[in-house]
Design a protein around this ligand. Sequence first.
Ligand code: ACO
Length: 421
Amino acid sequence: MADSITITDNRTGESIEIPIVDGGVDAAEWRKLLPGIWFYDPGFATTAAARSAITELDGEAGILRYRGYPIEQLAEQSTFLEVAYLLVHGELPDADQYATWVDEVTHHTYIHENFRKRIYDAFHYDAHPMGLLTSGVAGLSTFYPEAKDIADPANRLTQIIRLIAKMPTLAAAAYRFSKGQPFVFPDNDLDYPTNFLHMMFQIGGAWEPHPAIVRAMDLLFILHADHEQNCSTTAARVVGSSHADPYTVVAAACAALYGPRHGGANEAVLKMLDEIGSYDNVDAFVESVKNGQGRLMGFGHRVYKNYDPRAKIIKQAAYDVFEVTGKNPLLDIALKLEEVALADEYFISRKLYPNVDFYSGLIYQSLGFPIEMFTVLFAIPRTSGWLSHWNELLAQDSRIARPRQLYVGPGVRDYVPIDER
Ligand code: ACO
């Protein structure tokens, strides 16, 4: 049996055979047979817009791998910075490469004082930190005009290192600003997650986070580092395809991540759990979701039709964190919600399972992060994924993203002056 498909235009009887390569068919072949007839695919649910060697995801089987390495192994044995190296470079670093990488990231953590004072201080006192981060990272492009030279791979790598290094600083500064607290400078003697926690929570005096808390932070960074062609990565790739600089690309990705259907979902989960309020209200809440009154946030995924492997790891990590912080009181509601939903025909038939956001918010809250910071916490590690995709895209010299449409508006008509309408 041939590994191909045959498409026949029933208007003319003409056929074209297209080989199936790497699980896809080349749309350029289709175009030869059917010029002017477009695939209608809102949400790109059936469209592969990239050839990528970064993350492999099998949503039916619940498999997630970065550069071939199972997420479970990376979560257990690796660090976020090592995973970031893997995503960017394609291979795990040896000891020397790792030391250099850590050193480079650590020494790009500072942000320009003008930036912090003039740009962040211009915001309203209660500005959402994700709004600050998105604007802030776009603003950084004006501090690094050389980043516009996107054709030079060495220059791209410098900007990637800068961005991975500066995102925690920008994120913590956004939080401090929204709390009216003084900015804490990076401490380059600390490792990546500890430094971030330090910039977030240090208030005078000796301060040292519990190792289990640091590990949980790093683990959450690993789990959020990449997820192939999701909404924000697609935004990054689309903007990157116009050859915008990487700061602008990451700002676009942050904007996409901000929405409650994507990275904003962990914030929405906590609001939902708060609204449900008690264990006894769970059944009624699930009924209301089934009746179309809102969605069960943290459930469902475009690609996973099985338990999200990250949700499994996070659920376990939540218990480790609660050992140190005490149990999050919303945990019981979440557990019951999961139990009720997973036994309910509505969720079973639609293959709706907990996604990465269902339990992450509970950990973030127990670590002391306000819910407005949750999406920001997602953006920090995902920057390594966004930029790996951006780098891959530019190395492939792909075309500018420019989809087609099916025009369904009015036909041609003559302009009528306003007083005659
Ligand atoms: N609660 C209740 N019903 C749901 C949910 C949910 N969370 N998600 C999907 N459904 C239902 C839909 O109503 C639809 O039912 P229907 O066939 O009767 O109309 C069916 O399941 C399919 O849903 P779609 O909206 O077509 O699924 P899609 O793939 O477009 O959406 C999404 C995926 C956006 C993640 C969706 O499941 C959702 O809104 N979930 C809640 C928000 C969330 O947790 N987002 C985080 C995603 S993970 C991430 O970005 C990190």
